[in-house]
Ligand binder design. Sequence first.
Ligand code: NQM
Length: 375
Amino acid sequence: MTGSDGVRCTLMRGGTSKGAYFLAGDLPADPGARDDLLLRIMGSPDPRQVDGLGGGHPLTSKVAVVSRSDDPAADVDYLFLQVAVDRPEVTDRQNCGNILAGVGPFAVERGLVPAGDTETSVRIRMLNTGELAVATFPTPGGRVDCTGDAGISGVPGTAAAVVIEFPQGDGPLLPTGNVRDVVAGTEVTCVDNGMPVVLIPAGALGATGYEEPGDLEEDVTLADRLREIRLEAGRVMGLGDVEDATVPKISLLAPPREGGAVTTRTFIPVRCHPSIGVLGAASVAAGLRLPGGVGEGIAELPGTGDRVRVEHPTGFLDVETDVDPGTGDTPPVVRRTAVVRTARKIFDGAVFPRSAETAPIPAQPSGGHHDSAAR
Ligand code: NQM
């Protein structure tokens, strides 16, 4: 495969993120060669990614690799790859529930899954975690139609709803075995309902939890504290040395202000998310339902029903979670999680990677944020 041949690619918005979607067969099978190609396609490393498809932010520097699944429980396999913006790095250490929203429509459009007459459900094995998701979306007349009247916070306008259901997973909801830990001197709840997240009361770090993401990113003292907590949390959560990893994420919690259950400011893990990730929100919602967690006294959970409205800087994300809090002897489990997203095909064609012979231009200071890994 050479740069001049181009590579078949579909650019899609998935939820509040944007990424390049590929059939696995259109990329090199060798992960090293694949990642090298993806860096050249996305334009990394470069704070502006001006020579590639990436948008200069972790949320627009994402890749989905999709193929038919060998697993009888799934129709397709989805591997999510986060392409760092200003470093020559591609990681599969995290999943992405926003990019997941585009996988079903992509799989139908590319002929991996037959479309139903009115709607189609696609069973997706998420290779990053081994977990399953089922995405259901309209296919009137047997064709994907991204238009519709579903609005999601953080995306202008409306589009067709993609309903995503996550059945019970295998991993522990509380990776440390505790509902509360003291990490780097701060009380936290470490939770993983598809995304490892450290929940921290915003007040414990001198924040209100209602700040603008940009203001939080400029707070150097806060950044140092978050880094310290994240490194230690990574170790106690069994993730090892997370210095260069994009997980765990950190969500600061504050009481809701818009009728939801909680307000969040989420670090992914250095940049502050303009909204919140899907699985990130799923982990927050599950964590709030655990008696004794740090969300107690902050969150206002609805008396009935499974829906938890997670407020964020640009609105809210509703997550349905059915949590069994367990007993002293049995650990808590999430029986089911569901969210509504939208997705849209933006472009389909051939992408022409930067030539492999050209040495990447060294990353320049971006005049503000250091965008390491997916930060
Ligand atoms: O948590 C950002 C996003 C994400 C991930 C991140 C996501 C998820 O908003 O499922 O969607 O946390 O890096 O795309």
